[in-house]
Design a protein around this ligand. Structure first.
Ligand SMILES: Nc1ncnc2c1ncn2[C@@H]1O[C@H](COP(=O)(O)OP(=O)(O)OP(=O)(O)O)[C@@H](O)[C@H]1O
Ligand SMILES: [Mg+2]
Length: 352
């Protein structure tokens, strides 16, 4: 893969739509997401459980399960599309072959559950060396050397090469998974809740480590988390995801200091604060919207404390509230465009 020289984002998602087609129905997990990540930058994907965060990463890695399909849109790596919407077996076979070359080499992923990402009956060092050998024409000895180097980079003595995953603590296993994901200096790192399973001190160490490695390798990172503290520490820009859509997007500064969407505000209100003296923490009322039963109007409306009548009729369009700060909420649309959407809705109903 050629180096990125003309300001093309390393990773770009364009109007991505992903569905899971199951016996119980179709789960509309990702519904038209567009995002960009540049070299040396970290984009945070934040949202409650079931928002579609992991689905986005799995789609980018070409690791969707058989029931998962890209319905529309594309993912571009250095400006070149790497997704297919075809369901033909022949196309899928060709696609899987192409993605195998990217995975681990150009793109690395830290999986949501690192404990199950490691092979329990293989030495950890060999697991890292295997990735190196798969993507580089190196000898066994060179791959082993690189694996030891990576173990030491993540703070694990190379002397522990010939040990099994169960001989390491949770935090150490997480570091090994990070070493595996970064062993081939990937251009893109998809980190799916990389610190959720760790206690806070180890979490801080792992985040520091990821930041150092990012500086060293200029990696474009997609940081998936529901922890706003992790976002504050690591992300340059943030996309807040609800029901498979970006409801607010901006720089970390926009999201933290000029929060606009009622959902983002609710996420912040749910955080404990040392300055506020409250008996109980705020929670967001109601349940996460069911992706098998998405409404035609705003998907957050039933849980929103700021909803108006129009919210349960139309699906808001995204508005740029300040340069680079996008919000998908009726509150920021002009009255003119709300009226136009309401009128076209009413016309549609009459026509039926
Ligand atoms: N293999 C699958 N089959 C059917 N539905 C699925 C499958 N995997 C995910 N889904 C559904 O797609 C939606 C998005 O799931 P996803 O795992 O992407 O969410 P997430 O944002 O990563 O959540 P979490 O924070 O819990 O990890 C969910 O409603 C989930 O139930
Ligand atoms: Mg997930």
């Amino acid at each position: 893969m050629s180096e990125n020289t003309n300001n093309v984002p390393v990773l770009e998602l364009k109007n991505l739509v992903v569905h899971y087609e199951t016996q119980d129905g179709v789960a509309e997990a990702v519904n038209g997401i567009s995002l960009k990540v540049n070299a040396s930058e970290t984009l945070g994907l934040v949202g409650e459980t079931g928002a579609g965060k992991t689905t986005i990463a799995l789609t980018a890695m070409g690791l969707l399960p058989d029931v998962g399909h890209v319905i529309e849109g594309e993912i571009l790596l250095d400006g070149k599309p790497i997704t297919i919407t075809s369901r033909k077996k022949r196309d899928k076979k060709h696609y899987n072959k192409m993605m195998r070359a990217f995975r681990g080499g150009v793109m690395g992923m830290i999986f949501q559950d690192p404990m199950s990402a490691l092979n329990p009956v293989m030495y950890v060092g060999d697991q890292i060396a295997e990735v190196v050998r798969l993507h580089n024409s190196v000898t066994k000895t060179e791959a082993k050397q690189r694996a030891i180097e990576m173990m030491e980079t993540v703070g694990i003595p190379g002397a522990r090469y010939n040990e099994y995953p169960h001989q390491f603590s949770g935090g150490m296993k997480q570091r090994i998974v990070i070493a595996m994901a970064l062993a081939c200096n990937p251009r893109v790192l998809l980190a799916d809740e990389p610190t959720t399973a760790l206690d806070v001190t180890i979490q801080a160490q792992v985040l520091d480590l990821m930041r150092d490695l990012q500086k060293k390798f200029k990696t474009a990172t997609l940081m998936i988390t529901h922890d706003l503290g992790v976002v504050a520490e690591t992300c340059d820009s943030v996309a807040v995801i609800y029901a498979g859509e970006v409801v607010e997007y901006g720089t970390a500064e926009h999201i933290f200091n000029n929060t606009k969407h009622p959902y983002t505000m609710a996420l912040f209100n749910a955080l404990p604060s040392l300055d506020k003296d409250v008996d109980r923490l705020h929670s967001i009322q109601g349940l996460v919207t069911d992706p098998m039963d998405l409404p035609e109007h705003c998907s957050f409306c039933e849980r929103c404390t700021e909803r108006c009548d129009a919210c349960s009729i139309i699906d808001p369009v995204t508005t740029e509230v300040e340069p680079g700060h996008l919000v998908k909420c009726i509150k920021y649309m002009s009255q003119e465009s709300i009226d136009a959407m309401l009128a076209s809705k009413a016309e549609g109903k009459e026509a039926k």
